[in-house]
Design a protein around this ligand. Structure first.
Ligand code: SF4
Length: 80
C-alpha cells in the first residue's frame, strides 16, 4: 500500500481558454504566473488549497482545472 500523496491535486490551465486577466495570480499568488499573457500553474501538483480552489472558481474563462489525481475527480471548477 502506498502512502497518500501530500500533494494530491493536479492543477492545469487551458491556455486556449485563458484570457490573461491575471485574476488567478492575484487570488493565489505563488501558484499561478502569467507568461506571454497566459497563466501557468507554478507547480503541477499542490496540496489541498483554498486559494487554488478560489482561483479556479473565479476564473472568468473556467480555464483552471483542479483534479484529484488519486481518483481523477474534478475538484474545480464545479458545475454551475
Ligand atoms: S483567471 Fe483564468 S483567464 Fe485569468 S489569467 Fe487566470 S487562467 Fe487566465
Amino acid at each position: 500500500m502506498t502512502a497518500p500523496s501530500k500533494e494530491p491535486w493536479c492543477v492545469k490551465v487551458d491556455t486556449s481558454l485563458c484570457m490573461g486577466s491575471g485574476m488567478c495570480e492575484g487570488i493565489a499568488p505563488g501558484y499561478f504566473q502569467l507568461v506571454d499573457n497566459r497563466a501557468q500553474p507554478t507547480r503541477p501538483r499542490v496540496g489541498q488549497n483554498d486559494l487554488v480552489l478560489e482561483a479556479s472558481e473565479s476564473c472568468p474563462a473556467e480555464a483552471i482545472l483542479v483534479r484529484d489525481e488519486r481518483t481523477g475527480t474534478v475538484i474545480a471548477p464545479r458545475e454551475h
